[in-house]
Design a protein around this ligand. Structure first.
Ligand SMILES: Cc1cc2nc3c(=O)[nH]c(=O)nc-3n(C[C@H](O)[C@H](O)[C@H](O)COP(=O)(O)OP(=O)(O)OC[C@H]3O[C@@H](n4cnc5c(N)ncnc54)[C@H](O)[C@@H]3O)c2cc1C
Length: 203
């Protein structure tokens, strides 16, 4: 097992309406991507540290959305200005201010040249502005495992199929590994399970 699915414990309705920044106050993923991709990038590439910056209007919109609100979270800090917020969080001076100035400049024209978030979610971040502390807010399950051929024959580390040994499902590397998406586990488990059965009976 050399990979993991990583959930980021924040409601997607909040995530898409804010911006996700790292410990340097910089964006690193489009907030409307598949949330577990944001989780993988946060855990493995951002020291498991993220803050969701969201203004009051966006937070209220998210709360009023039709989402089941299972993972809806209140802001950890709320300030009148981005400079104050940056200070409260403890981010290096000027970085979050610069990130939000750039984001707002593009968002005013419904444009995200850095990460290409969809137009419908782009709106300049106003005041009051809050931040949700998402440090250590990831969790998941292991991925990766046995390598197989398209007929689900297990490959030896040398790359040669091991005669008579087939595998399918989550004990195999399958399709998921570093690009997990909901449905992939049941999808590749049933698809390769069927191929394994066929290959085994015709061997
Ligand atoms: C809460 C949750 C939500 C999920 N949601 C989704 C989703 O929305 N979409 C999706 O695609 N995937 C989802 N998954 C993942 C998906 O359900 C699993 O990856 C998938 O069921 C794995 O199937 P499998 O056949 O590989 O393994 P399993 O379903 O774990 O089957 C392994 C079987 O082997 C048996 N077994 C173990 N050891 C032995 C032994 N020594 N001898 C005999 N039998 C043994 C076990 O009892 C079990 O029946 C979710 C998983 C969880 C836990």
């Amino acid at each position: 097992m050399d990979a993991t699915e990583v959930a980021l414990f924040i409601d997607p309705q909040q995530l898409v309406r804010g911006i996700l920044v790292n410990e340097r106050g910089q964006r690193y993923v489009a907030e409307d991507t598949y949330p577990d991709r944001a989780g993988q990038l946060t855990l493995y590439h951002q020291n498991n540290t993220a803050y969701l910056i969201i203004d009051e209007t966006a937070q209220q919109e998210a709360m009023a959305s039709l989402s089941p609100q299972l993972m809806m979270r209140p802001p950890t800090w709320v300030c009148e200005t981005v400079a104050e917020l940056e200070d409260e969080i403890g981010l290096p001076t000027g970085f979050l201010q610069s990130t939000i100035a750039d984001y707002n400049h593009g968002a005013a024209q419904r444009h995200d040249p850095l990460l290409h978030k969809k137009k419908r979610w782009l709106r300049p971040i106003g005041s009051p502005v809050g931040a949700i502390d998402l440090r250590e807010s990831t969790g998941g399950f292991t991925l990766g495992g046995l390598h197989t051929t398209l007929d689900a024959e297990v490959l030896h580390v040398s790359g040669v199929p091991i005669p008579g040994l087939f595998a399918a499902g989550r004990c195999t590397a399958g399709l998921a590994a570093w690009g997990y998406a909901s449905g992939v586990s049941l999808g590749d488990g049933s698809f390769y399970g069927r191929r394994a059965g066929r290959a085994a009976t015709s061997a």
